[in-house]
Ligand binder design. Sequence first.
Ligand SMILES: [Zn+2]
Ligand SMILES: [Zn+2]
Length: 244
Amino acid sequence: MNKPNKQPENIIGQNFGDIIITKEFDRTIRPNGTIIRNFEGVCKCGEIVNGTYQSIKEKQCCPTCKRERRRKEKMENILYKKYNKLTIIAEKREDNKVLCRCDCGNTKWIILNSVVNGITLSCGCYQKEMTRSYNSFPRDVKDKFGEDILRVREDKVKTEKFVEKIVEARILKSIISLCQRTDYKYSKYYLSRGIKVCDRWKGTNGLLNFLTDMGIRPSPKHKLQRLDIDKDFEPDNCVWYIKE
Ligand SMILES: [Zn+2]
Ligand SMILES: [Zn+2]
């Protein structure tokens, strides 16, 4: 059983954070005998706050001030942070927009959530760049994935979900891990011999570059094969190959 909250009889005039309790406006007695007292308070901003002693004590300020405080905290956390190609450099309160500097040098006002959640990735230059890069993909990649392939550079969660579906992505992931893992029984063929995956196939654009260089796997029987096993995984040294 909960202990009833101790309430001093004289509550009027007490301060809780930014709220000062101004009057008691209601008192209800529950069937079990508990007395529920409702108070009215004023926040330092002038807003009226109603509630029980305990709830006002916990609030510390009105909802508007609370939102404002949260917004400020949030802003402090994100100012000068970088999201994709955008760095937040200033805020505009009314319409929830922030001023961003894009990697390309442009500045633009963009809805905060859109920046933070990775919906807007750049000032707009990225879309243009994407269209250009889409045009440069090999036909087989375009035929297989359509414009969906451009999503592999979007936010991480979406990307991972999408990438799971692409067999080429899994192959790329496995060769990268082959060349990095020390605990792997085949490390002696890769890591220990200094075999690497070229930088072009790693990082944010790695998969797109890999697909651009290698195209899609021609059939499930094809394996990614190095022509010279003393050389790295790189465009000139790799082919899709069917082992006899
Ligand atoms: Zn307030
Ligand atoms: Zn830009």
